[in-house]
Ligand binder design. Sequence first.
Ligand code: COA
Length: 181
Amino acid sequence: MLIGNPPVELPAPPLASGPLLLREWAESDVGSLVDACSDPLTARYTSVPIPYTPEDARRFISFGRSPTALPLAVVSADDDSQLLGAVGLHAVSLTRRRTEIGYWTAPWARSQGVAQAALELLSGWALGPLGLERLDLYVEPENESSQRVAQRAGYKRGALVRSGIALRGRRYDVLRFTRLR
Ligand SMILES: CC(C)(COP(=O)(O)OP(=O)(O)OC[C@H]1O[C@@H](n2cnc3c(N)ncnc32)[C@H](O)[C@@H]1OP(=O)(O)O)[C@@H](O)C(=O)NCCC(=O)NCCS
C-alpha cells in the first residue's frame, strides 16, 4: 500500500490562456469573493457558507490551500484584480495520480466560456505537468449548464453517485464526470 502524499505545488509559470489567468487567491480578492459567493446559484451548487461574509473569504484565502488542495482564482489576464471565477483541485493524490476538480463563475462573467476555459486549462496541467491520470468532478443532475461545461472540457459522464456530496449538512445525488489522461 502506498502511504504519504507529497503536497501539490502551484503551476509555474501561472496557467494562462487567451483572456484568462489562473493565480493564487490574495487578500485583495475579499470584496469580489464575497460578491461572487453571495450569488444564489453559486450558493446552491457549491459548499460556500450562506450568508458569505468577509471573514469567510479571509478564511478561504488563508487556509483553502493545503497539501491536497489547490484553489485558484480565475482572473482577467489584462487586469489580474478582476475576478471572473474559481477553479481548484481537491483531494489530490499524487501517489494515486488522481484528483477531484471544482469550479464556479462569478455571475458577472457567465456565458462567456470562462468555466470551460478554466477547466480545460487546469485539467490539461493536472494530466500533463502534474502527472495525474484521472480527474473526477461531481455535478448535480439538475445542473445541466455545469454538465455541458464538463463535457465540452473533455469529461465523460459516468455513474450517478447516491448521496455523493454534502452541502451544508444535506446530502445530494451527483453525476460523476471523469477525464483520463
Ligand atoms: C455552471 C457554471 C460554472 C457555468 O459557468 P460559465 O462560465 O457561465 O460557463 P461557460 O460560459 O463556459 O458555458 C456556459 C454557457 O455559455 C455559453 N458560452 C460559452 N462561450 C460563450 C461566448 N463566448 N458567448 C456566449 N455564450 C457563450 C456556452 O455555450 C454555455 O451555454 P450552455 O450552458 O447552454 O451550454 C456557472 O453557471 C456557475 O458558476 N454556476 C454556479 C456554481 C456551479 O454550478 N458550479 C459547478 C458545480 S458542479
